[in-house]
Design a protein around this ligand. Sequence first.
Ligand code: MF3
Ligand code: CO
Length: 296
Amino acid sequence: MKYTELKKKLGRNELCWCGSGKKYKKCHNSFDDKLGSFKCQGATIPPREIIKNQEQIQGIRESGKINIAILDYISQNIRAGITTEQIDRWVYEQTLRYNAIPATLNYEGFPKSVCTSINEQVCHGIPSPNVVLCEGDIINLDVSTIYKGYFSDSSRMFCIGEVSPEKRRLVQVTKESLNIGLEQVRPWGFLGDMGQAIHDFAKQNGYSVVREIGGHGVGLQFHEEPWVSYVSKKGTEMLMVPGMVFTIEPMINMGTDEIYINECDGWTVYTEDGQPSAQWEIQVLVTEQEYEILAY
Ligand code: MF3
Ligand code: CO
């Protein structure tokens, strides 16, 4: 159904569709008017299911705090010589300690509590007792948490011991690209503003950006609309509005942007040319003014 049609159905004194318990006129009435005018101009507007109310935002915030604490714990313990299986065990134990559930565990058959992606692995690496962290490795740890039914998702890069200047720079530039992208996150802007900013920055630094895998809406489910690209164009893609929560998680490659999936495990994504790839991920909420980081 179209927003305009829905709007006619909901009286100004009826309860708002967002579940806030407030009257429509005191809640999303003017929001809907604004959305309607963007829609008339041809913008892709978000579906109502992905607009969170204050109670939901608070739940997602708490989930995000746990996600951050788990990554903080790992950052204090990660070192050369341990296996990625050990990291998985830490994530599992810490998550349960907070009465939460690792979102990746058994997600579409993924067998572990965290994704561990080393060097030329782009993402979705599976922890294993056979993979030992070595001096010079760069690794992405992607942690996602379900707490009281609310989802959070963020990832960080770790440099193991002495890492080559080339790899260190890739990790640093990828991290900086998140800030470049964040500068474009504001209500009534477009996701493509953020995508293009990240892509331009990566290219200026001599890198490429993975096209096929992107970020996503998150919060009430693990993966919600919208799909978030980092090779999109300014003024395109979905309109960003207050109450939207999504991830910014560009995968930036030192060489080609081409990738492939390991056919044996069905998950691990690699760079086609074997050159390193880096990724950082934050989870953001679009607010009335600008944004709030919910997990990093
Ligand atoms: N945090 C990852 C993402 O959103 C999780 C992917 S699903 C998994 O892309 F099963 F691979 F873990
Ligand atoms: Co994600």
